[in-house]
Write a new protein. Structure first.
Length: 137
């Protein structure tokens, strides 16, 4: 891999991360709205409320990791450009930063998988409450 490919690679990953930030932020806003909606309800299922709170924390943690990922990829791209001009022997720095950014991306993806599982649990609870069924799984 030549020096230009090395420092451009983290920058090419940014649009994908940005799309994940966009969708995660929108889903985080939906949780916020749902909690506000529940504030006006007479009776709130504690398990649903607890799961919504956990989901909101997973979204927040995922967004923090995605923002770190963007910061690291941008730094890797900037340093890669500078290194390729001044000292081409230090490509390992850019590779390490890119790997760190990918690690944060992976952590964020795992958190979003956990959130998706919790989301279906909440849907099940809503279904059981609406149909009058016991909370059986």
């Amino acid at each position: 891999m030549n020096s230009m490919e090395l420092w451009l690679t983290p920058l090419l990953l940014l649009p994908g991360v940005a799309l994940l930030i966009l969708s995660t932020s929108a889903r985080y806003e939906q949780i916020h709205n749902e909690i506000h909606h529940l504030m006006h309800e007479d009776k709130v299922d504690e398990e649903i409320l607890s799961n919504l709170f956990i989901r909101s924390k997973l979204f927040k943690n995922s967004l923090v990791n995605l923002y770190l990922c963007v910061s690291i990829f941008a730094t890797a791209g900037l340093l890669g450009g500078l290194i390729s001009v001044w000292t081409p022997n230090y490509h390992w720095i850019v590779t390490s930063l890119s790997g760190l950014g990918i690690l944060f991306f992976l952590i964020s993806a795992i958190l979003l998988i956990k959130e998706s599982k919790l989301s279906i649990d909440i849907i099940e609870l809503h279904y059981n409450n609406l149909t009058g069924r016991n909370n059986q799984k």
